[in-house]
Structures are given as C-alpha cells and as structure tokens.
Design a protein around this ligand. Structure first.
Ligand SMILES: C[S@@+](CC[C@H](N)C(=O)[O-])C[C@H]1O[C@@H](n2cnc3c(N)ncnc32)[C@H](O)[C@@H]1O
Length: 431
C-alpha cells in the first residue's frame, strides 16, 4: 500500500493512516510518500510494514551509513536519516511519550527542556566502545539481523570505534554464543566470548507456560566466559577516576556518555534546593553499576553536595560491584549493596537525593513506591527507553514528584534509541 507517514513512533518507525487504519512503517521518514509491504496485519487497530519503494523522498533522507544495517542487521535503524533531523524526530518521540504515556500536558513541560536532544559530539559513526555480536552456525561473529535469528557477517556495523571489530573473521567462535568486544580508554581491544544460553529439552509435558519459564531460566542461568583477546576487564575513565569493568559487564556504550551523564546529574543537582538539616546528607545511587554517579556526587564541587556523608549504591551484578569495590576501596562514604533495588532500597537510611538509572525495562511501580515513600528532596531519573521513562515519570507524578528539568542525549546515533535524564522535585513540599 502507499502511505505518507506524518509522525515518528517510539521504536524507529513512522506512523501514517490508510483508510482510517494506523500503519507503522519501518524505513520511512515522516512526510515521505512510500510504498509499503505489510509485514504484520494480526491486529484490528493497526498494521505494520516496511518500505519497499520511496516515491517522494524527504530532504532528510541519506544513503544508509551502516553497511550491516544495509544488509539487514537490526543495528542502525535510522542510518538513512540525517543526524540532526533524526535528533529532532527523537525529541518529538520524547514529547509524544510524555504526553500519551506520561499524561503530562504542554503546561507541565513548559520550560523543562524535554524535546531537545543533544549530540554527544560524534558524526554518527565510530562512537561505540562496547558492542555485543552474535555467532552463526559456522562460528562467525556479526550483528543480529532485524528479521529472524540470522547473523549478518562480512558487513560490519559503523558504530564501533575504528578498528574495534576489524579482523574478527579470523576467529572461530562457538555457534550461538555472544561475543563482547570492548575498546578501553587507551583504544586497546578486548574480546570475551559468552557461551550460548543453555537450552532445555523441548517437548516437556509442562505446557507452553512451563516451557516459556524454562527457556527464560535457561537464558538467565550463568554462562561461561572465555577471554579470546586482550584482558577480561577493560579500563574506562570518567573524570579523575578509572574503572576496571569486566568486558561482558554493563558500561555505557557511547564513548562520551558516562562523563556527559555524570556531569548532567551534577548540573541538575546543583540547582536543587535541599532542606537544611544538621546531619550529613544521604544519597542513593540505584541500579548503580560500578558507581559512576556515586563518584560524580562525591567528587562534585557544588554547594548542595558539600555535606554529603554517605552514598548507598544498589546493584544486582556482582561483576559491576567488584569494579565499584576497587574504585571506592579507600572511601568509607560509599556503601555497596548487592541485590534487587525493590528489595534492598526499603532498608536503606532515608535519602536526601536519589539517582536511579534502571535498565530498559524501567524502574516500575514497586521501586518508585519505595523511592517516593522515602521522601527525598530531589530525584534524578535516568532512562534509556522513552516509553518506560515516561511511564516511570507518571508513577512519580502520582506521588507528587514533578519534572523540573529533562535533558536528552543522542547517545545511540543512527538508531532510534535516546537517553533522557529527568530532575524531579516534590510539588507536595512546595519546592
Ligand atoms: C542502565 S545500567 C546503569 C548502570 C550505571 N548507573 C552506569 O551508568 O554505569 C542498569 C544497571 O542496573 C543493574 N540492574 C538491573 N536490574 C536491577 C535490579 N532489579 N536491581 C539492581 N540492579 C539492577 C544492571 O546490572 C546495570 O548495571
């Protein structure tokens, strides 16, 4: 069918209407006229499709910059849109999510800065210092295809730092494994193979639900790691501190992201008004990873944090906490807690400041109830999924916390992903 989408959707598609029916189109830019092949018509209310021909191109359309995406990989899904326009589209997606999912009105967001997405200083290519590849049946590493489970080899993605994925075809990996590739702060490459997830016997008598649970447990079970090149840990610098992060553990993908986010957290806190109290301040760094935000708060030279006495870092990954332990070995103001945020946070000393940086799934109601019940004077919420970010902000709003500032970063250029950081303050305190 022929469609002229008129707005961007969260997830990189563009949205149009044909005969009153909504159509999500992959590979189109709002405003273009495109011929679309329908790929999913299972629902009454909307269709999904992908562009097979551009009939009237947007002035923002460029040749796909990523060879892997050009050959079907799911990586750089907006690599055919000029960078500045892609940022505008992501800004629109954020505003749209805050309206539709978050329930925030234009007046709520006046002066908050929600729709502006800032570049992290790259040209869209070679910004990534950490990447995960899949391995095909012949033991060759490559990007996962957008459709199906195949692996796109011979066509590298344009996001990894220059040289980071060169020569990988000289290695034979274990079919079905993941391969973590990292460029450390000195540009050295480290490769760790993560063994394939354990697959349990098919055809069990436990029914579909039992099989789904069993498959999930297989995916979540610990997987063996094998160092293929370099070291098992890679050094990354933020400010004056250096972290030794396991190659297969979490670290922000964009070279400039940890410093930019840490600085943003501090800038947002610098404007906060904390009620004066005699005891030292308490901060929580939830989903803290190796403690980058904890360090930023401790190292910040801002009046608001002058009296910071303790930062409680809560994190479930022991590898990230081991890195944090090394970094904060001589600093007894940092208290590390291993466990799930929902369970651990309720037992922590009452905070003045909470920073939370959940994974893509968002924080959710249980965690937000705990945070809001602890009554911090300021919350900084970091989100890497626009929809979940908007939903979490709505949950905070139910507890009386309103966004005072939102900063967004093009931390995953050429893709639809975007990072947003909100500063929330309690309307119930009249701040
Ligand atoms: C987006 S990362 C943020 C890490 C850190 N703030 C940083 O910037 O490096 C989310 C972190 O939350 C951890 N995590 C995920 N679910 C968790 C949970 N339920 N409880 C505690 N930590 C969790 C992950 O291991 C990961 O380190």
């Amino acid at each position: 069918m022929i469609v002229r989408p008129d707005r961007p959707a969260n997830g990189g598609e563009s949205v149009g209407r044909v005969d009153g029916r909504v159509v999500f189109v992959r590979g189109a830019i709002p405003g273009e006229e495109v011929r679309v092949r329908i790929t999913d018509d299972r629902r009454e209310s909307f269709l999904r499709g992908e562009v097979v021909e551009v009939l009237e191109p947007s002035m923002h359309r460029i040749d796909q910059l990523c060879d892997a995406a050009h050959h079907g990989a799911g990586c750089c899904d907006l690599g055919f849109v000029d960078l500045a326009h892609a940022r505008d589209l992501k800004g629109q997606v954020i505003l749209d999510a805050l309206d539709r999912i978050g329930g925030f009105s234009v007046a709520d967001l006046d002066g908050v800065g929600a729709g502006e997405v800032v570049s992290l200083g790259d040209d869209g290519t070679h910004w990534r210092v950490r990447t995960r590849l899949g391995v095909d049946a012949d033991g060759r590493a490559g990007m996962h295809a957008f459709h199906g489970s195949s692996i796109v080899t011979d066509h590298p993605c344009v996001a990894p730092e220059s040289g980071m994925v060169d020569g990988l075809d000289g290695y034979t990996f274990t079919p079905g494994a993941d391969v973590a590739v990292v460029a450390d702060m000195a540009g050295r490459r480290h490769i760790t193979e993560i063994a394939p997830p354990r697959v349990r016997a098919r055809g069990s008598r436990r029914g579909a639900r039992g099989r789904t649970q069993s498959a999930r447990r297989g995916r979540e079970a610990p997987r063996a790691h094998r160092v293929v090149d370099g070291e098992p840990v890679a050094a990354h610098r933020v400010g004056d501190r250096i972290w030794q992060i396991p190659v297969a553990a979490f670290w922000q993908a964009h070279r400039a992201a940890p410093s930019a986010y840490a600085q943003t957290v501090i800038d947002l806190l610098a404007d906060a008004e904390l009620p004066a109290r005699p005891e030292p301040l308490v901060a929580w760094d939830l989903y803290g990873g190796a403690g980058v935000f904890a360090a930023a708060m401790l190292d910040a030279r801002i009046d608001v944090l002058d009296a910071l006495g303790a930062v409680h870092v809560v994190e479930s990954d022991p590898a990230a906490l081991a890195a944090a332990e090394q970094t904060f070995a001589d600093d007894d103001r940092v208290v590390l807690h291993r466990g799930e945020v929902a369970g651990v946070a309720a037992g922590l000393p009452a905070p003045d400041v909470v920073v939370l940086d959940p994974p893509r799934t968002g924080a959710g109601a249980a965690v937000i109830d705990v945070v809001a019940d602890a009554d911090p004077a300021v919350i900084v919420h970091v989100g890497c999924d626009v929809g979940r970010f908007a939903r979490d902000l709505a949950l905070f709003a139910e507890h009386g916390y309103r966004p005072r500032a939102i900063r967004s970063f093009d931390a995953f250029p050429l893709t639809h992903h975007v990072e947003a950081i909100a500063c929330l303050v309690p309307a119930h305190r009249g701040v």
